[in-house]
Design a binder for this molecule. Structure first.
Ligand SMILES: N[C@@H](CCC(=O)N[C@@H](CS)C(=O)NCC(=O)O)C(=O)O
Length: 204
């Protein structure tokens, strides 16, 4: 059976949501990042990079949300979690890659730098993060779902970062109306609510 190594509320939630949306059987293994469980020898044997998520499959371990999301979508085609046509699939991957390489590091720097950023350094990091949210708000999010009319794994992935921003009071409704509406739309999905509940969280 598939086994997802995750940390509550962290980016692994994207993979968790995809598994719930797929309606598949899987186990959850919590890795407490605050306790440093990502650096135990047991977890490093699963993912030597020492980060979550990791998905253990019968063939081996898959890391990186972008890879896990497409694996879940392609192994559960009946769930319709990703486009199958090549151009549409590539557009989805462009969005997912941007989330992983651009939005995640930008907001992660603002929220999770240790020691926490202060003063002008924080203001600069925040400005850079807001520029990414502006890009998503004005260009990348097609609507009603991330890629357009069809829901996909990209929705749960985008939601992770809009949720982090809302939690930190950074997702201003006037500046980011479409991202706010998208976050509400995604959080209202039953599969997302199940994933949130399993992580001890609820819609915000
Ligand atoms: N690009 C990776 C990022 C993985 C990542 O940075 N995960 C964070 C949680 S959001 C983590 O486990 N951090 C633990 C650490 O850095 O010690 C992915 O999407 O899978």
């Amino acid at each position: 059976m598939l086994k997802l190594y995750y940390s509550p509320g962290a980016c692994a939630m994207a993979s968790h949501i995809a598994l719930e949306e797929a309606g598949t059987d899987y186990e959850l293994q919590k890795i407490d990042l605050r306790q440093g469980e990502q650096r135990t020898p047991e977890y490093l044997a699963i993912n030597p990079a020492g980060v979550t998520p990791a998905l253990a499959t019968e063939q081996g371990v898959i890391t990186q949300n972008v890879a896990i999301l497409t694996y879940v979508a392609q192994t559960h085609p009946q769930a319709g979690l990703a486009p199958t046509e090549a151009y549409a699939f590539a557009r989805m991957q462009a969005f997912n890659a941007w989330l992983a390489s651009s939005l995640h590091p930008a907001i992660g720097k603002v929220l999770f730098s240790r020691p926490p950023l202060e003063g002008a350094v924080r203001a600069e990091a925040l400005e850079q993060a807001f520029a990414k949210y502006d890009l998503a708000e004005q260009h990348l999010l097609v609507g009603p779902w991330a890629l357009g009319e069809d829901h996909s794994v990209t929705d749960g992935y985008l939601m992770v970062f809009t949720r982090w921003a809302r939690q930190a009071d950074l997702l201003d409704k006037a500046r980011f109306p479409r991202l706010n509406a998208h976050l509400d739309r995604v959080q209202s999905r039953p599969a997302v609510q199940r994933a949130l509940a399993a992580e001890g969280l609820s819609a915000i």
